[in-house]
Each structure stands twice: as C-alpha cells, then as structure tokens.
Write a protein that binds this ligand. Structure first.
Ligand code: PMP
Length: 282
C-alpha cells in the first residue's frame, strides 16, 4: 500500500511522524475524505477545493498546487490498483516542530493521503437509520474541516452506545448537522436544512442534494429547523461522503412519519446513484 506524502510516495510502513507533530499535539491541520466508487474518484475536485478553503481559513499552506495534487492523487489510485469502493483520506498539518502554540517560523507543512477500502452502506441506504440528539458544544468555525474532532467523536460514541447510527447536533434549539453528516427534513414537499454558515460544514453531498432539488423543482430551503419541527416531519435524511444519502427513520423516541424511508428521499437517492454511476437498484 502506497501513501502520498508532501515529499514522495512511500510504502505505508515507512510513513511515521515525530513525537512533536502539530497535528498530534494541537490538531493543527485540516483534512478531506473523498469517495471512490469501483476504482473511480467521485467529486474529487470539489473536495480538493474545500481542502484549500479550510487550509486558508487557518492560514495553512497546502504543499502542492491544485493541479499537481490532483495528478498525484490520480497516481496514488493507480499505484494502489484500486478497483473497489473505497475512500481517500488526506490531511495537511502545520508540521513537526518543538512544541509551541504559536506558528513555527518555518513553513514546512506535512501532508499524507491514502486510500482505504470502504463498501457502501447498503443496508442503511435501504432501510434507514435511528439517530439521537446531542447538544452542539463545538466552536463557531465548523465550516473548517479541521482535525479537531473531539466533540464529534464523543457525540458519535454516545450514538453508538445507544444503538443509533448518528448523533444530531442542536444549538439554541436548532438542528445544525450530524457528528459526521448534514441533516435534512422534508415537509410538504420542501427540503429544509441548516444554511451553510460558520456553524456547519457545507457538505459536498449537501451541495449535490441542492443541485438535485433544483433539477426536480423541489424547493430547497436553507433555513434551520428546530427540535420541535421533527415531530411534524414527513421525511428526514442525512448525507455524507461515506454514507451518501441515508433515510433517518427515528430521532430519539420520535418515529419520522410512519418510520419508513420517504418518497423525496428515494428520489434524491436515485439521482445520487445516477450521478455516481452506480447501478440503480430495483
Ligand atoms: N458535517 C460534518 C461535521 C462532517 O464531518 C461531514 C463529513 N465530512 C459532513 C458534514 C458531510 O460532508 P461531506 O458531504 O462533504 O462528506
């Protein structure tokens, strides 16, 4: 297995980091996860564009220019002979220096990128998932895809321990997003989701869903909905790169409508599968 670093391609076991690495000690870095279906990248450029936006937001420089990075990632895929469904993980940190909060004097960021097999979550896509609610205790810059994921880790662990697939964050009574996904509510034929402010990560799949809604003339309303709105929802679903579009059939004890995936969700799932070149089922 080969890994791309800021210097070269290396066999996986040769990629090691010094104890004093800013990603490890401060979470001082940003990352991306992109989808690979049957050995082909899906929406890679969108992810790479967001990587540069995240990096700029924390005044971090990405070791390669976009064109060079895209070429190297294509090469990484070829070198690893990826044929299956997989994900690309890529992170950039402010580098390895003696521990000190302030930026190092020298600009020497670290980058690594690798590909790992990741099957589609077929069962969840088909049947839908249960979720829990948890208070959004994160900082105000959630639009940056930063390595600081402790609140997300704790939220997902709570969900896992309670037998749920995802934890949904709320802040001031409004649903913001999931611990690793964006959250949508369907009511009277309209799709509602939190606006792409600094309080959420503007998901690549979220932006795709917006496109699909435009295509189908489904109103896409970027207005936060509240915890109370959930009881009146016709449908709910979540999106992320690893999950694609997954119906939410329950939030805490509340069943969503009849507890079955809804019609609008199914339509968006079909559009997604078409866009990703996946076989449309049944
Ligand atoms: N919000 C958070 C907090 C996430 O971690 C993710 C997953 N990267 C998303 C939303 C969904 O983003 P995307 O569609 O780009 O995967």
């Amino acid at each position: 297995l080969y890994v791309l670093t800021e210097k070269q391609f290396l066999p996986r076991h040769e990629v090691t980091y010094p104890m004093e690495e800013r990603g490890l000690q401060f979470g001082d870095g940003v990352y991306e996860v992109a989808r690979i279906y049957q050995g082909t990248y899906f929406l890679l450029e969108e992810h790479i564009d967001r990587l540069y936006r995240s990096a700029a937001a924390i005044r971090l420089s990405v070791p390669f220019d976009k064109d060079v990075l895209m070429e190297k990632l294509e090469l990484l895929r070829e070198m690893n002979n990826v044929k299956e469904d997989a994900i690309l993980y890529l992170q950039v940190t402010r580098g390895s220096f003696p521990r000190n909060h302030a930026f190092p004097a020298e600009n020497r960021p670290n980058l690594y990128a690798y590909i790992r097999e990741m099957p589609r979550k077929i069962r969840e896509i088909e049947n839908g998932v249960r979720t829990i609610l948890t208070r959004d205790v994160r900082w105000e810059y959630c639009y940056i895809k930063s390595l600081n994921l402790l609140p997300n880790v704790l939220a997902k662990q709570e969900a896992t321990e309670r037998g749920a697939f995802e934890a949904i964050f709320y802040r001031d009574g409004d649903i913001t997003e999931g611990s690793s996904s964006n959250i949508f509510l369907v009511k009277d034929g309209k799709v509602y989701t939190h606006p792409a402010t600094e309080r959420i990560l503007n998901g690549i799949i979220r932006m795709k869903v917006k496109e699909f809604c435009d295509l189908f003339h489904i109103p896409f309303v970027e207005e936060a909905f509240s915890i109370e709105d959930i009881a009146q929802a016709d449908e709910m679903f979540l999106t992320s790169t690893t999950s694609s579009i997954i119906p939410i059939i329950q939030v805490e004890e509340q069943l969503i409508a009849d507890g079955k995936p809804g019609e609008v969700t199914r339509k968006l799932q079909a559009a997604y599968e078409k866009a990703a070149g996946l076989a449309v089922k049944n």
